[in-house]
Structures are given as C-alpha cells and as structure tokens.
Design a protein around this ligand. Structure first.
Ligand code: BGC
Length: 740
C-alpha cells in the first residue's frame, strides 16, 4: 500500500497498526462516507477563535456544517482556529458520526498565527534558513495549540514577474533560494514528530508553475517547455517533499493547455510516480470546479471526475466530490480503487498526525493561552523583522541615525499605521500586537518628542492639505523618514499590478519633501520588487521593509538607529522600470546580448539598460566592504571533480558586519542555452571592523549540471564563469574549464 510509505517518522509497528485500523475502517465505509473524507469545507466557526460553548445557538451555516460532520459528509475543515472551537467541532465527528473518524483542521498559517512574522518574501531577504525554520516552528506551535493540524504553506512558487501579486508569499525569483526556504519552512512547520500537537502538516503550493502566470496576472495561463518547468518551477516542490511534506496543493493555472488541477501528468505521474510522494493532494479553493470555466470539463460532475482521476485526492470548498463521487463510481466512470486510494492517503495522513490516537491533539485552551502571542514569539518576530530589512543605498553614511540630537519628521501613509504592518495572509493576526513605525521609533528615541508624524498622503489617493503639512514638518526637521509604498491589499492573491511603482500621490509627496533639501530616508513597504523613480530613487537612504509583521516598528528602529546592522539581501530584482517585467537576473544571453555601451540592435529597451536598478542579491551594510576578485584553486575541473573558489572581503569601517557571499556560475557553451548567471551557493560571513576575511567555497560537479533535453541532469565539458560576489550584477568572473 502506497500509504504505508507516507509517514517517515512513524515506526514500522505504528504504520502496520495504522494500516490495520484504516483497512478495518474502510471495510465499513459507505461510498458516501468515503466521498465525505475527501470533502474539505470552510469552517463556519472560524470567526469564533475565542471558542463556542456547547450551548451556543448555531447560525444556519454552522448548523449545516454540524449536520454534515455528524453524517460523515465532511472529512476536513479549513480556516477555523481556536482550541475551544476545534475541540467542540471535533467532538461532533468523533462522538456523533457513525464511524467517529476525526476531522483534519487546516488553515492558512503562512507567516504566523496571532504573532505575525515578516511576509515570506521579506523573511527570504534574510537569506537565513535557520531563521525561517524557527519562525515556521513558532507559527506551528501557535497553530497547533489552536487546534490546527495542517497549514497551507509554504508557498514555493518561483516568481519572476513582479507584477504578480503573490510574489509576496514565496522566496522570490531564484530557484536555489526557493528550494532552500521550501525545505527550511517545511521542517519548521512539521517539527521532528508529526504526532506532536505542535507539528503542522506542511502543504507546499501551488503545484505547479502558478508563479509563471502570463504577464504576472493572477490565475492566468502558463505555457512553457518541460525543461523550463523542470529546471525552475518544480524543484522547490521536490525540495519540500524531500524535507518531509506529506500534502501538496494543486494550482489554479492551466499549464500547456491542461489545467493543473486536472493534470494527471503532474499530479500522478510526476508527484507519485517519479518522486514517490505518498501523501495527499488537495485542490486549491474550488480549482477543480474551475475546470469548467477553463473549458476543460463540461460541468461539475465532469470536473469532479477529471480532477479525481488526475490525482486530486481532496476537494477544497466546491463540494463536487461529495455530490458526484457516489454516482461516478456507480456508473463505472471512476473505479472504486481510485476512490479508495484517495481515502487511504487522507486517512494515513490523519494517522501520521496521530489523530486516531488523540483527535483533540493541540486543542487545549491552557496551552493555547500560554504559547499564542508569547513574549518569545514576539522577540522572534522582532529578530526576523530586522533581519528581513534590506538597505539599498546609504549616501554619505546617513544611516544609522543617532538616537538624540536630531528632530525627525516621519512622513507618509505608513508612519502611524498599525493596520497594514501585517501584510497579506495574516487572517488570524492579533491586531493588539501591532507595533507601528511611530511607536517603535518613539520607544527607541531618547526624547520621544523629537519625532513629528505627518501622514501627507493616503496610499492611493492624495490627502487634502497633506503635502503642505508634510513640507512644513520636513522644514522643521533635521532628517525626514518617508514611510511609503504598497498596502497589503495591493500585494496578495488577485492583487497583480500593471505597474510595479509607488502610487502617484505618494510620489508627489516624495517630490515635495525632497524639494525641502532635507536628508531623506525612504522606508519602503512592499510585497514585491518595485520600480523606484524620481525623488524616491534619489533619496539619500533606502530601506526595504516589506511587511514585517507584529514587531514592525521595533524591527525598523533596531536597524535605523544602528543597534543592529542591516543584513538582508534582495530575493527579487528591482528593475529600472515596470515595463521590463518580467525582469529576473537568471535570464538568457540572447543572440544580441546588451552591452553597457551598445545602444541599438541589442537586446534591451530604449530607455533603460537590460539590468536591474537594484539587483537580486543586493544589500548594503553599515561598513564599506571591499571585495577582491574571485580566485579559483584550479583552471580546470575534472569530470566528477571539485574546485574551490575564494574571495577576500575587507571591512574598511569601524563596525563588524555580516556579508552574504554569493556563488554564481555561467556555463558559456551548452547544448541548451544557459542563464547569464545562476546562484549555486551562498554563505553568511562576519567581517570584523578593519579586518580582512578570506572566504572559500567549493564548486562541485553537481553545480555544473543542468536539465538536459531528455529531462535528466547532465554536464557538458567546456568553459565556465564563476563569481563570488555581493549580488547578481557585481564582481569579476574567474574562469575554469570542465574536462571530460
Ligand atoms: C489560495 C490558497 C489558499 C486557499 C485557502 C486560495 O484562494 O490560492 O493559497 O491556501 O485559498 O485559503
């Protein structure tokens, strides 16, 4: 039974016990009860995280759901949290349904539950995998204590087009970074023992190539070569599965003409056949029903049949499986064996979570009270927040600012705001835990009254008198902090943008403030790589602050006033202009590569270089760091061999700083053209004040392989470039030849 493979942390005895239990259960299940196990509905108790009492009157939705649970028509619920609620609802399944099969509670716990950590893109700017594992662990502790068993995370869609609203949910544009964060987050969510109340089943999403939506418009179609799919979009899923993930979410998009939620090649042949995945696949919100709108299924019944036969085991929200499976089996259109396979996968996962032994695992009000929003978690949110900040520029060493002796004007729609610090997918946040920028700065300043706060503009509309008030405040100040950018509703699911710029009213505000001649620090709030122009690009200093979550104000103050260094590096490119989208560093050379001096008849736009204003990997520290050129241990690499690359970093400042040494390669000649640079490894290193540090990193035979035309990894002898550099656009390459 494939299901037996699926719980690597279960002992063999436990697996055998689970199998016997599930066999016995399945022998007693009616086809309606089987369909019920594959039916996932949203939890109408979701807005009662404080709990429901058995005596409470249920509204009509709740009453219907309760009746369905008791009749065995629902196997899982999503986005209801709270120990008291989940315990009560679980009771309905365990005590009042015929077979007493426990429910699976799932939720979108993407970057925290009540304590909110930085959005995943922001946290990925830390290039700190251990940090990502720790925040995922803390999120799982809060989620588990609130009765949740599965999280719809991590999102591992590689996102190369910054117009796409969901860039914010993942690790950005690079494959390696996505692979590593996918694994780290999966490990963090699932912990060491899946049966423990604090372990959440991870669900990497959205399988697959959802991030490649044409023109960055959400839900749009994707069409790409299999080589592209296998070299860029599939690897992060494989990485999450290798880290132990036991569920996967299918996607909304069409891939090469076959919608992913009806794509047997993806969901069965690759996932189970090639990769040996033995968990279950859940559709995305009604994505199986959407096969009809795609023009791939005639009606709901047809859609249910196609999705189930393709490999979607559990249907989210549409109710189509419940409605149609009994009849599809009766008519012979769907073999019972396929239904049984899906049910086994779901039940084995419930067993792997320990739900048959303790259906109430985690639903404990006392534990919930102790761990949710705990001091430890808030401290971690602050640490993660400051490590996510990226300093793009710092002219004249304006930052860090002194904590006294200066009057500061905090201007912009995000200065006093406490609602927009969380970012998208923070549906369970505790709004009382928000530390606004204003609060964080005032607490850090010796004299809190040295700070004046003026909004100046709304996010997308001008504010009457706003600019005048902002200019007056700037004139009174020694330095201006400009808190501008995107709100959380501009950067999320379905929030694709035609232009990735800062809204015009805020740009007008920035111009007016810059005209005062005061030094300006931009504190950018954003969920994607953005176009920075005019006075924003021209500011003295720019900090990318994403959506940092509960501890936003403290985290920014930590870096702004120099208690901590900025250590983040961009996980996405900031192109010069929106119209370059999709711009990503690992592009191909083309037959007419653009040169800085070339103007015409090369591959570039008229107005801007074919480059980023701030490239992938970029991020400054509070000390000037000199990078030597890259040195190699040998000019040749033997087949199956390895060489070493080294670089010397010299800190010309008076502070110890952390650098991120990035190892890129380029395969100069290959039978399939290769990117102009590709990240292969990175290392965070401390460079003490006034000292030099030599960093040596191995370059292995695995690093020079690429996805060949027959869809296996191959290597070809020939010339390679290697950089150990501070970003995808800096450094001088060294060369070596791979010998056969
Ligand atoms: C999103 C998923 C999410 C699901 C459940 C969908 O709209 O695409 O990422 O997990 O809703 O909330």
């Amino acid at each position: 039974m494939a299901g037996l493979m699926m719980a690597p942390r279960m002992t063999l005895a436990k697996q055998a016990e689970a199998k016997d239990r599930i066999d016995a259960l399945m022998a007693r299940m009616t086809i309606e009860e089987k369909a019920g196990q594959l039916n996932l509905m949203n939890d109408p108790f979701r807005w009662r995280p404080e709990g429901v009492n058995p005596g409470d009157r249920l509204d009509s939705d709740q009453a219907q759901t309760a009746a369905d649970i008791k009749a065995g028509r629902i196997g899982a619920l999503f986005n209801g949290v709270g120990a008291a609620t989940t315990r009560l609802v679980q009771d309905m399944a365990v005590r009042e349904s015929r077979l007493g099969i426990p429910l699976l509670f799932a939720a979108d716990i993407v970057h925290g539950l009540r304590t909110t950590f930085p959005v995943p893109l922001g946290e990925s700017a830390s290039w700190d995998l251990e940090l990502a594992e720790r925040t995922a662990r803390a999120a799982a502790v809060e989620g588990g204590a609130s009765g949740v068993h599965q999280t719809y995370a991590p999102m591992v869609d590689v996102a190369r087009d910054q117009r796409w609203g969901r860039v914010v949910e993942g690790a950005g544009e690079d494959v390696l970074l996505n692979n590593l964060f996918a694994a780290a987050r999966t490990k963090g969510f699932q912990g060491d023992d899946l049966t423990h109340w604090s372990s959440l089943l991870a669900c990497p999403k959205h399988f697959a190539a959802y991030g490649a939506a044409e023109s960055g418009m959400d839900y749009n179609s994707t069409d790409m070569s299999e080589v592209m799919l296998r070299s860029v979009y599939l690897p992060p899923f494989k990485a999450a599965l290798d880290a132990g993930a036991l569920s996967v979410m299918s996607a909304f998009n069409d891939l090469n003409g076959v919608p992913t939620s009806g794509n047997k090649w993806l969901l069965t042949d690759i996932l189970h056949g090639e990769w040996g995945f033995a968990g279950f696949v859940v559709s995305d919100y009604t994505s199986e029903a959407e096969l009809v709108a795609h023009g791939f299924a005639a009606d709901g019944r047809d859609a249910a049949r196609i999705a189930l036969m393709a490999g979607v085991d559990m249907s989210m929200k549409s109710g189509l499986y419940l409605r149609h499976i009994p009849d599809l089996v009766a008519s012979g259109e769907v073999p019972m064996a396929r239904v049984d396979q899906a049910v086994r996968r779901v039940l084995m996962t419930k067993a792997a979570l320990g739900l048959f032994d303790d259906p109430y695992r985690g639903s404990d009000v006392a534990v919930e009270r102790r761990v949710v929003g705990s001091r430890d978690h808030l401290d971690l949110a602050r640490e993660a927040g400051r490590k996510s900040i990226v300093m793009l520029k710092n002219e004249g060493g304006l930052l860090p600012l002194p904590k006294s002796g200066q009057r500061i004007a905090l201007i912009g729609p995000f200065g006093a705001d406490a609602a927009d610090v969380f970012g998208p997918w923070s549906i369970f946040k505790d709004t009382d835990l928000a530390v606004s920028l204003e609060q964080g700065l005032r607490q850090a300043l010796r004299d809190p009254n040295a700070l004046t706060v003026v909004k100046g503009s709304d996010v997308e509309a001008p504010l009457p008198g706003g600019i005048e008030a902002a200019v007056a405040a700037a004139n009174e100040a020694d330095v201006v902090l400009l808190a501008i950018g995107e709100s959380s509703v501009m950067s999320a699911e379905s929030k694709s943008r035609v232009s990735i710029d800062i809204p015009a009213p805020q740009l007008a505000l920035a111009e007016a403030v810059a005209a005062t001649g005061k030094p300006v620090v931009v504190l950018l709030r954003n969920g994607r790589g953005m176009e920075l122009s005019g006075a924003v690009a021209g500011a003295d200093s720019i900090l990318v602050t994403w959506f940092l979550g509960s501890e936003t104000g403290h985290a920014i103050a930590d870096v702004l006033f120099g208690d901590h260094e900025p250590t983040g590096r961009l996980p996405v490119s900031f192109p010069f202009r929106s119209g370059q989208s999709p711009f990503y560093y690992a592009h191909k050379a083309t037959g007419r590569p653009s040169q800085p001096t070339d103007q015409e008849f090369t591959s570039k736009f008229r107005e801007v270089p074919h480059a980023a204003l701030y490239p992938f990997g970029h991020g400054l520290t509070y000390a000037p760091i000199d990078w030597s050129e890259t040195r190699l241990s040998s000019q040749t690499m033997a087949w199956n061999g390895q060489i070493e690359a080294s670089v010397t970093l010299t800190n010309g400042g008076d502070r110890d700083v952390t650098e991120v040494v990035q190892l890129y390669i380029r395969d100069r000649v290959a039978s399939l053209t290769q990117p102009v640079r590709l990240l292969k490894a990175f290392r965070r290193v401390t460079v003490p004040a006034g000292k030099s540090v030599e960093v040596t990193m191995p370059l292995t035979f695995a690093d020079v392989q690429f996805m060949g035309p027959d869809h296996t990894m191959i290597a070809e002898p020939g010339l390679f470039d290697v950089w150990l550099s501070a970003s995808a656009q800096t450094g001088q390459a060294a060369q070596f030849t791979l010998l056969r």
